[in-house]
Design a protein around this ligand. Sequence first.
Ligand SMILES: [Zn+2]
Ligand SMILES: [Zn+2]
Length: 273
Amino acid sequence: MIDCHVHTWRCRHATGTPVEYVRAAAERGISVLTFTEHLPLAPDLADRVPGAARYAMPESELPLYIAEIAEAATLGSSLGVEVLCGIEVDAVPIARPYAREMLAQHSFDVVLGSVHFIDDWAFDDPSLRDGYDVWSPDALWERYFGDVLDAARAGLADVMAHVDLVKKFGVWPSGPADGMYRETASALAEAGVAVEVNTAGLRKPCQEIYPGAALLRALREAGVPVTIGSDAHTPDEVGAGGAEALAALGDAGFRSVVVFSGREMREVRLDEL
Ligand SMILES: [Zn+2]
Ligand SMILES: [Zn+2]
């Protein structure tokens, strides 16, 4: 199994050190573990978001994070785990200039692009669920997917993370979203990004993988490559939902997934996982 999306205590809303994650991966037979800590919040975004400090590490810690993962990689190689150092970036417009600056200063194995904010609202924060009250589900879904495509086209990210995160708290559109899924999938293919099968949704009120079965199938039909991540926020969650991810990929017709190293994509066959 591979797990290409995990956090550590440094983002201030997860627990566990890199060493603890690597040991957990080794125990579970995970061959590739990619740390993808949240990039420090862009100052322009942080200024508008109350309590922004709980979403990411301060900028002063970014070099420490990178050094710590390099150390964990040494342990990983002794335990048979390939450890990679990625970063999860808020790819909304206000955060992009800062992200570009940080990505020019530091190199990562992979850049995950995420939409966690609709304007100044961190819509996936359980303490801000009141924010849903002012939206109709259809309008919210349309706005969210529009923002995801805009983020993918910005060219910052290798992989779009939890691509249908808008469903996290079980807010669903009023009718079938198949048309929107097909448009989303072909736009993502055109943007040249991969998408992750993120199992965190299984642990949230929506109780399904990001992306859901219909969108995953549309992604396969459009030729979008996919990777796998648990989005673990504790060492216990490393590799969580791996069997469900493989089943979902098989059902959608995928035969392989991809792993990024040095921002280059390589293919891994599902029957090797
Ligand atoms: Zn995220
Ligand atoms: Zn994450």
